[in-house]
Design a protein around this ligand. Structure first.
Ligand code: AMP
Length: 220
């Protein structure tokens, strides 16, 4: 049975890091809509040109465009055994569209909760690899030799991780989070994880919850 996982939570909450770990653990693709959009901007495609200004402001790209982009991505063969979605859905409309794309009862939904002050601190000091987009661990960022642990690429700040944009992104998240969480909260396959723990502890908590919910889902 396919394992379809949705990661919810604020920017800087650790969704990207944990989505990558889960994907490697379960052998399914991590699908980050933020990464897809950033790749499109870098490649200068039509999609990239449409979304660049919106992303640089910290606003959300329109629902129709995002829904079409994710629908196409989920139709690729590598999702046959499941996927980890990171950054989608971000609005109630996107969540309803996702329910129609997949078997909604099979969705495992994980919210990583982190208080706002901690998010501003994390995001404004975050560095990612210019080459492969991997988020650098704090230790790798220190010193002049800072380089991506995965590919050796240069570490840079994301243009929307500047403090003024971070605050706007957090506002946008706050506005949309409540209806989104209300949409999922009553489902048996929804869990909130404390994102203030170390990344290893967060991963253990998520993997434990996913294992439990996936087994329960198979029994339904
Ligand atoms: P992220 O890397 O997930 O923080 O996304 C970076 C930016 O991409 C966001 O601030 C939005 O501008 C845009 N974006 C990513 N995913 C979505 C989505 N599901 N809906 C709307 N905009 C999105």
């Amino acid at each position: 049975m396919a394992l379809d996982i949705v990661m919810l939570g604020p920017p800087g909450g650790g969704k990207g890091t944990q989505a990558g770990r889960l994907a490697r653990h379960y052998g399914i693709p991590a699908i980050s809509t933020g990464d897809m959009l950033r790749e499109a901007v870098q490649a200068g495609t039509d999609l990239g040109r449409q979304v660049k200004v919106v992303m640089d402001r910290g606003d959300l790209v329109g629902d129709d465009l995002m829904i079409a982009t994710v629908r196409e991505r989920l139709n690729r063969g590598d999702t046959a055994n499941g996927f980890v979605l990171d950054g989608f859905p971000r609005t109630l409309r996107q969540a309803e569209a996702l329910d129609r794309m997949v078997n909604e009862r099979g969705l495992v939904v994980i919210e990583i909760a982190v208080p706002a002050d901690e998010l501003v601190r994390r995001l404004s000091s975050r560095r990612i690899c210019r080459g492969c987009g991997t988020i650098a661990e704090p230790a790798a960022r220190a010193g002049d030799a800072a380089a991506c642990a995965r590919c050796g690429g240069t570490l840079v700040q994301r243009s929307d991780d500047r403090e003024e944009v971070v605050r706007e992104r957090l506002n946008v998240y706050e506005t949309n989070a409540r209806p989104l969480l209300d949409h999922y909260r009553s489902r048996p396959s929804f869990r909130t994880i404390d994102g203030l723990q170390s990344p290893d502890r967060v991963f253990e908590a998520i993997a434990g919850a996913v294992g439990e919910m996936a087994t329960a889902g198979q029994k339904r």
